[in-house]
Design a binder for this molecule. Structure first.
Ligand SMILES: *Cc1c(COP(=O)(O)O)cnc(C)c1O
Length: 382
């Protein structure tokens, strides 16, 4: 591909940080670079933050912190990455899938009531493409029924809902620094802990179920096994890369948003002709340019467009196979109500090349190709 769908964007200081880390010889977790990343995240979110080796790991920690018992239920969208559901299935809980909103493609808060049962313990929300879920309604519902809210904020770093950062609404929130995300460390993630009563246990879970964090802070003479847990912390080498990226977050997001805006403006005429639908961002949400997608009139047009783009060496990619229709989703979860929006969006959504290093000329070529393919297809239909 000449125009790749995604390329990790390096800010320049990563190698220097890795060199310093190697000289420091603190290669395991929670070294100087991890501490600086924690400080950065704590300042950004006003919450406790712990680096993990992935967003998947952070979600697993969140599921342990939710104290789920077998057969407890967690309401979530079906249009999401497997890790949102797997984390809870690993605790013996059941994902209960509901449909998404046709506009933002986020969990449809109007469907929560129908999914509520005596076993419901939590709601896992996913801010798709960094666009906020309808948090006021979701939090009101959760408070009314005593449910924990967990945010899968993997795509939502530097996004807001009513001027407040995503990741600060749930009891916990999970971030991803996977190389396909906006800010990257290869693999990587973080758990944000907004409920102070969960912080101490989060440290224990992340350190193999021990109070090793207390020991390293010289609060206890020996560390011992206290709880369930695993090894969720990344090497300080990962944090060295991540810190360089976090320090340049403004520039990274600016670049992505500029590319996003270029697509959005140029594709308006095709939307006006009914040839595609562009992303919708509510007035009270600010996004981070993580994904630019188009929704096409039917699945056959997706195939035609993918081929047309590929012929110009342009990468594009669909997104999730809905979890409720995947083999493991059927085995471990259940769907409540119609899933027609999820099914339709999954079949018709295509993501366009977008990364911090993409240039205006590349985007113009993508737009020209889309215009040619879709208007030719329209000509055929007429
Ligand atoms: C990327 C992503 C994840 C997984 O992140 P990893 O860091 O790769 O574990 C989970 N949920 C959503 C919504 C994602 O986009």
């Amino acid at each position: 591909m000449t125009i790749k769908f995604s390329i990790p964007y390096l800010v320049g200081k990563e190698l220097e940080n890795v060199r310093l880390c190697l000289e420091e010889l603190h290669l395991s977790g929670d070294g100087p670079f991890t501490r600086r990343c924690h400080a950065w995240l704590q300042h950004e979110f006003g919450a406790s933050a712990l680096l993990t080796h992935s967003c998947t790991a952070a979600l697993e920690m969140a599921a342990i912190l939710a104290k789920l018992e077998p057969d407890d239920e967690v309401i979530m969208p079906s249009f999401t990455f497997v890790s949102t559901a797997n984390a809870f299935v690993l605790r013996g809980a059941r994902p209960v899938f509901i449909d998404i909103r046709p506009d933002t493609l986020n969990i449809d808060e109007r469907k929560l009531e129908e999914a509520l049962s005596s076993r419901t313990k939590a709601i896992a929300v996913v801010h798709y493409a960094g666009v906020a879920c309808e948090m006021d309604t979701i939090l009101r519902f959760a408070n009314k029924h005593g449910l924990m809210v967990i945010e899968d904020a993997a795509q939502a770093l530097r996004c807001t809902y009513k001027n407040r950062p995503l990741g600060t609404f749930g009891a916990t929130a999970a971030l991803s620094f996977h190389e396909t995300k906006n800010v990257v460390s290869g693999e990587g993630g973080a758990l944000l802990i907004n409920d102070p009563s969960l912080v101490e246990r989060a440290h224990i879970i992340r350190e193999k179920g021990t109070n090793r964090t207390q020991f390293l802070r010289r609060k206890v003479a020996k560390y011992e096994w206290l709880d369930v847990g695993s090894s969720y912390l990344p090497s300080d080498l990962i944090a060295a890369v991540l810190l360089a990226q976090l320090e340049e977050i403004d520039a990274i997001i600016e670049r992505r948003r500029t590319a996003w805006e270029q697509y959005h403006e140029a594709l308006l005429p095709l939307e006006a002709k009914g040839l595609l639908r562009r992303p919708f961002v509510p007035a009270d949400a600010v996004h981070n340019g993580h994904i630019y997608y188009v929704i096409l009139p039917e699945a056959a047009v997706v195939q035609r467009l993918v081929q047309g783009l590929r012929a110009q060496h342009i990468g594009s990619t669909t997104h999730y196979v809905p979890l409720h229709s995947a083999p493991a989703g059927q085995r471990f979860g259940r769907a409540v109500g119609s899933m027609s929006v999820t099914d339709q969006v999954a079949a018709r959504l295509l993501r366009l090349p977008l990364h911090a290093g993409i240039g205006e000329r590349d985007i113009n070529l993508v737009i020209d190709t889309i215009t040619t393919v879709l208007t030719a297809a329209q000509g055929l239909a007429n």
